[in-house]
Design a protein around this ligand. Structure first.
Ligand SMILES: NC(=O)c1ccc[n+]([C@@H]2O[C@H](COP(=O)([O-])OP(=O)(O)OC[C@H]3O[C@@H](n4cnc5c(N)ncnc54)[C@H](O)[C@@H]3O)[C@@H](O)[C@H]2O)c1
Length: 259
């Protein structure tokens, strides 16, 4: 009988993290679902349990090294091991709170830049390091996935902090893959384009699907299916890479190819 694999997901109460937790649970992975928002994480855990899967809720602030490290260690203790860590907690200006403004860097306030870098980039450092320490000690390899964004490739006005954080995650992925390769721990980055959440009613149709070459909306399932493959035992040999999943959005600015 194959052993049960265990995953820990930050931002697991969110749109992409929640869908990924459910997708993995359906494939028989036990999931530690972590978020700063207790009610969201509990909803995902309830859903997984109602589907017959195994899951447990963890509440932690991923920007706090001690808190997130303890949550990951607790998850490994609760389930007896750790095979997969996915850092999906993140977001741009909005994660700095309702008063944070989408403005150019020259007008941006310290606390917004600080928050965006700490949750997205520092969070990736703390969660990856905590998971890697456990996986190294376990001695059976593992998979670490960090969520970036195409904004980390192209940059974006009024989101220089977010772009820098996501670009940093792509770079972290490369160096960490080299360090952890000898332990058979694979480190991969997933960089979505626009995946409109139900709450994103302010986004125009052009932004949601008019700027990709497939002219379709990317769904949370598109992202979770890619992650499910990357953390599966079928992925034996991919490490250090960033997977851009954006319908071709980053190939060029649509409309600039003379068509
Ligand atoms: N949705 C998109 O279009 C899109 C595109 C590119 C990249 N991404 C990235 O994918 C990831 C998931 O995005 P999403 O669309 O699911 O967003 P989401 O807002 O639905 O989920 C993010 C989750 O992170 C949690 N979170 C925020 N701050 C936290 C903290 N300090 N500690 C712990 N948890 C915290 C939130 O509570 C939320 O549940 C993010 O890293 C985001 O930057 C999303």
């Amino acid at each position: 009988m194959n052993k049960e694999r265990v995953a820990f997901i930050t931002g697991g109460g969110g749109y992409l993290g929640g869908e990924t937790a459910i997708t993995l649970a359906k494939e028989g992975v036990a999931v530690g679902v972590c978020d700063i928002k207790k009610e969201n994480v509990e909803k995902i855990v309830e859903k997984i349990i109602s589907l017959g899967g195994r899951a447990k809720a963890y509440v932690a602030d991923v920007s706090d090294s001690k808190e997130i490290t303890e949550a990951i260690e607790q998850c490994a203790k609760d389930f007896g091991r750790l095979d997969i860590m996915i850092h999906s907690a993140g977001g741009s200006t909005r994660i700095a709170g309702p008063n944070a403004k989408w403005v150019h860097l020259v007008e941006q306030e310290d606390y917004v830049i600080d928050k965006v870098l700490k949750v997205n980039l520092y969070g990736a450092f703390w969660a990856s390091r905590a998971a890697a320490r456990i996986m190294i000690e376990q001695g059976e390899g593992g998979k670490i996935i960090n969520l970036a964004s195409t904004v980390g490739v192209n940059g974006m006005c009024c989101s220089t902090d977010y772009g820098a954080a996501k670009g940093g995650i792509m770079s972290l992925t490369k160096g960490l893959a080299k360090e952890l390769g000898p332990h058979n721990i694979q480190v991969v980055c997933v960089a979505p384009g626009c995946v409109a959440r139900p709450a994103d009613t302010f986004l125009s149709d052009k932004y949601k699907y008019g700027t990709n070459f497939l002219n379709q909306m990317c769904t949370a399932t598109d992202i979770s299916d890619l992650i499910a493959f990357l953390v599966s035992e079928k992925n034996r040999f991919i490490t250090g890479q960033t997977y851009i999943i954006d319908g071709g959005r980053t190939l060029a600015l649509k409309g600039t190819d003379g068509e």
